[in-house]
Ligand binder design. Structure first.
Ligand code: C2E
Ligand code: MG
Ligand code: MG
Ligand code: MG
Length: 282
């Protein structure tokens, strides 16, 4: 009996594994064809707010899968990274974001980059080529990187970041505080902005330590001449705390979800700014 149960468990386990391997395989295949046909993939833009103004938007990839419906980036960015598809995917998003930035000359567009993309020797040149070919203003493009990119403190990565910044692009350190040695990276790498991870913002108001961390990060960022953005702002209490702490920019569902290109344009056009349509960050 016990033996039988064990065998059943084993069977269920392998069945689950098979299913997950099959799923990844099919995601890879479908992603490949989505990239080739341009069908199903699109970019949504989430506003970043300073005071009453939208100062930028973050480009977030979306995939409307023919059978599975809307798939979140968490479900396919990993597959794209493992299969090497992230190179093409990342460049496609960057190109879309650069083209969109031409429509919105007063704000910046931020694009997420995967650590895997940085491993290509010509990475910075490819980014700069896309910026040039689309006609985007380099100063209006921000690249969001995570500590994973900086891990190992690779000379190639440092050179790539220098080159991109020298060309006028801004670098933001995303999900700040969730990595292993955030402070070390701040000293070692030239970045323009830190984005406080939403896990800290989430616990503001009911965890004193999160409030202390957030305040300290804002002060640290300012002392180093960096812009500090908070992500995942969902409530007015969080907004108020962050404003009081001196956080420069905020992003989150309290202000707006990620929007279509058309809806961003409408939001920016309303009264020449977001006033009235979007809540003030500070
Ligand atoms: P991220 O760069 O930290 O992006 C912020 C994520 O938080 C987005 O999820 C956004 O929809 C979500 N978010 C925004 N405001 C709130 C809020 O108030 N509350 C909560 N709970 N969540 C909020 P999304 O779009 O699902 O993206 C997840 C992650 O996938 C991103 O995290 C980023 O790491 C990655 N990603 C998205 N697009 C791309 C891309 O084009 N390239 C790469 N390499 N990664 C991407
Ligand atoms: Mg990001
Ligand atoms: Mg983030
Ligand atoms: Mg995050």
């Amino acid at each position: 009996r016990a033996k039988g149960e064990g065998r059943d468990c084993y069977r269920i386990f392998t069945r689950d594994m098979d299913e997950s391997v099959r799923m990844r395989g099919s995601i890879e295949e479908d992603l490949r064809s989505a990239l080739a046909t341009g069908k199903g993939l699109y970019v949504a833009y989430q506003p970043q707010v300073a005071g009453r103004r939208i100062v930028g938007v973050e480009a977030l990839i979306r995939w409307q899968h023919p059978e599975r419906g809307l798939i979140t980036p968490e479900q396919f960015i990993g597959v794209a990274e493992e299969t090497g598809l992230i190179g093409r995917l990342g460049e496609w998003v960057l190109e879309q974001a650069c083209l969109a930035s031409l429509l919105w000359p007063k704000i910046y567009v931020a694009v997420n980059l995967s650590a895997v993309q940085f491993r290509a020797a010509d990475f910075a040149d490819r980014v700069l080529a896309i910026v040039r070919e689309t006609g985007a203003v380099p100063q209006h493009i921000q690249l969001e990187i995570t500590e994973g990119v900086l891990l190992g403190e690779d000379a190639m990565v440092i050179d790539a970041l220098r080159k991109l910044r020298a060309a006028g692009l801004k670098i933001a350190l995303d999900d700040f505080g969730t990595g292993y040695s955030s402070l070390r990276y701040l000293r070692r790498f030239e970045v323009d902005k830190i984005k406080i991870d939403r896990s800290f913002v989430k616990h503001l108001g009911h965890a004193a330590d999160s409030a202390a961390i957030v305040s300290a990060v804002v002060n640290l960022g300012h002392a180093m001449g960096l812009t500090v953005t908070a992500e995942g702002v969902e409530t007015d209490d969080q907004r108020r705390f962050l404003a009081k702490a001196g956080c420069n920019e905020m992003q989150g569902f309290f202000f707006s979800q990620a929007l279509s290109e058309g809806d961003v344009a409408k939001l920016l056009k309303s009264r020449g700014g977001p006033r009235g349509k979007i809540k003030a960050a500070a």
